[in-house]
Design a protein around this ligand. Structure first.
Ligand code: AMX
Length: 540
């Protein structure tokens, strides 16, 4: 992999480099060898009588492109072979392979094509409409956590208060329908979502397989990362251990190295891309290490090369049941991104605006995710549900449940898993998890309790009079699904959220660098300033 990456950074395949490594490439995989030999024979047969020098050039070039494609995925290989056989001449075959390897299967090449277009679009928007107003800022907004202020550019997703999240324009049900799955009618593969977030295009299965392969190739974590985690007491919160591991991963940042060497601004996105993909590939290893360390025997489970990103994460946590793997694919897909204003996404973006590398940005984002009003709510929900069961039993009546909700509110606490800063309807991330539960675990007693809460809690929160959204959010449901398949340790749940969020935050960071987005620096004011301003406004 490192050979291929070095080659790619150079702006294309280099036959000389290929020649240097040709022998090891032949030895690297039996499929590669078989196909490369068949290509040689086909070349010789078809190029019979042709110009020898040109033939050698073609051969070297074809070898080099083939190697790139093959090392990205065995599944792509069979497709390549059958398509190659259909080509009428070797020249055409080589040209086709070039198109497939650089434009179709390679995410980096796709971005390289898309970025200049998007840069132009933004430049035009700024020069033609820079002074158009998007709304008025009120004192309420300043004092209310900037609610409703439009002040961020976030390309990968958009949140509608009524409809919920759309990833590059696609709703969750649309993603479930359109994104490639591991099995027929299965849940979307998170790699497909990553491709969609980065390019705005729905990937083919071959593209997703190539990306899975690439992520597996990058999934290597140095030992000092585990040692950094081991330096913490086992009792440290899983998010603290996870965040520490991510900070230790930062030592390998390509962006930091490139910046120190003086990389020009126009190229920032390339090492950001390298870091982003490596970070996404590596966080499941760090997260599963934390899980094994705290809750199991500390044994590290290695990456399984036959599995995709979500399936692999599930098996590294020690869960090999196909339903749990499907749940993990769905879980990672729906938690990945929720536009730019939420605490974790905004933190990642803000820190990135100072040109901090993706590891630093993501570690900062995780610290925001670890707050109980944000990502930690998934832990709080399951602990709260378990406290309901401890006190009232699993077959609690709706009346008893109402009393318990009021007891929570009267104790000055929030009902975790309900309400949202933007959404004003049931979160579609909740709905799709409910559908998963109805399909796979309809009889689960805790799922039935969650269903009862759906009926009981919204009227009570509405009755309070101040809650803007009484409906359940994503966290109201995730815990009971994980609990059903044996992942019962609620304090760990936010780590799962964090792994998923790496996909959204890192995707946007690549675009931040590609578009040259500036240092984020909103204006703040004091209470004195606000009072004076308002008094003057009143007087005029
Ligand atoms: N239970 C009790 N009170 C609630 C409530 C809930 N679930 N949701 C909102 N409220 C209260 C607020 O605390 C606030 O009270 P205050 O005026 O006394 O401070 C009032 O209702 C108005 O709040 P809001 O405008 O409706 O919500 P917000 O934008 O300020 O906060 C959120 C949004 C999510 C923090 C809030 O709904 C909440 O605390 N929910 C419970 C925690 C939770 O589930 N968080 C996860 C959210 C999703 C995520 O990020 N993962």
């Amino acid at each position: 992999m490192s050979y291929l990456r070095a080659d790619k950074r150079g702006g294309g395949t280099k036959p000389s480099l290929f020649l240097k490594h040709r022998r090891s490439l032949f030895l690297s995989s039996p499929q590669t060898s078989v196909f490369l030999f068949s290509l040689v024979f086909s070349f010789r047969r078809r190029a019979k009588g042709g110009d020898l020098q040109q033939s050698v050039a073609f051969k070297n070039h074809a070898f080099s492109k083939c190697a790139m494609v093959f090392l990205r995925g065995v599944s792509a290989l069979s497709r390549l072979r059958s398509r190659l056989n259909q080509q009428s001449s070797l020249c055409d075959s080589v040209r086709w392979l070039q198109t497939q390897s650089s434009s179709d299967l390679d995410l980096h090449s796709q971005l390289k094509e898309l970025i200049p277009e998007q840069q132009e679009r933004l430049k035009k928007l700024k020069s033609e409409h820079g002074k158009v107003q998007l709304g008025n800022i009120t004192v309420d907004m300043v004092l209310g956590g900037m609610r409703g202020m439009t002040g961020l550019l976030w390309e990968t997703s958009l949140l509608d208060p009524e409809e919920g999240i759309r990833f590059r324009g696609l709703s969750i049900p649309e993603c479930q329908k359109l994104l490639p799955a591991a099995k027929p009618d299965g849940e979307p593969l998170p790699e497909g979502l990553l491709w969609l977030l980065l390019t705005g295009k729905v990937p083919s299965k071959a593209q997703v397989d190539a990306l899975s392969q690439e992520l597996r190739g990058r999934a290597v974590v140095p030992d000092y990362v585990f040692k950094a985690i081991d330096a913490l007491p086992v009792s440290a919160h899983p998010m603290t251990q996870f965040g520490t591991g991510v900070m230790a991963l930062q030592v390998q940042s390509e962006f930091q190295k490139a910046y120190e060497k003086g990389i020009p601004k126009s190229k920032y996105w390339e090492p950001t891309y390298e870091d982003a993909l490596s970070l996404i590939a590596r966080v499941p290893l760090v997260a599963s290490y934390v899980y094994q360390r705290i809750y199991k025997d500390g044994k590290f489970i290695a990456v399984d090369n036959s599995l995709d990103y979500g399936g692999n994460f599930s098996q590294m946590l020690g869960f090999n049941c196909p339903q749990m793997q499907e749940l993990m694919r769905l879980y990672i897909t729906i938690h990945s991104d929720h536009e730019g204003g939420n605490v974790s996404a905004h933190t990642g973006h803000l820190v990135g605006s100072a040109l901090s590398d993706p590891y630093l940005c993501f570690a900062a984002a995780l610290n925001g995710l670890a707050g109980p009003l944000h990502g930690l709510a998934n832990q709080e929900v399951l602990l709260w549900i378990k406290s309901v069961v401890d006190e009232c039993g699993e077959n609690i009546s709706k009346e008893q449940l109402k009393d318990y909700v009021w007891k929570t509110l009267n104790g000055g606490k929030v009902v975790p898993g309900f309400g949202h800063g933007v959404l004003r309807k049931t979160d579609p991330r909740y709905t799709c998890q409910r559908e998963f539960a109805l399909k796979h675990l309809p009889e689960d007693p805790l799922f039935q309790l969650v269903s009862k809460l759906y009926e009981v809690v919204p009227p009570i929160l509405t009755e309070l009079g101040k809650v803007k959204n009484p409906w359940p959010n994503v966290d109201a449901h995730s815990g009971v699904l994980l609990n059903h398949f044996g992942l019962t340790e609620a304090r760990y749940y936010t780590v799962l959220f964090g792994v998923s969020r790496s996909i959204g935050i890192c995707s946007q960071l690549i675009w931040d660098r590609a578009l040259g987005l500036p240092l984020e620096r909103p204006k703040s004011v004091t209470t004195d300033w606000l009072e004076n301003y308002c008094n003057k406004a009143k007087a005029t």
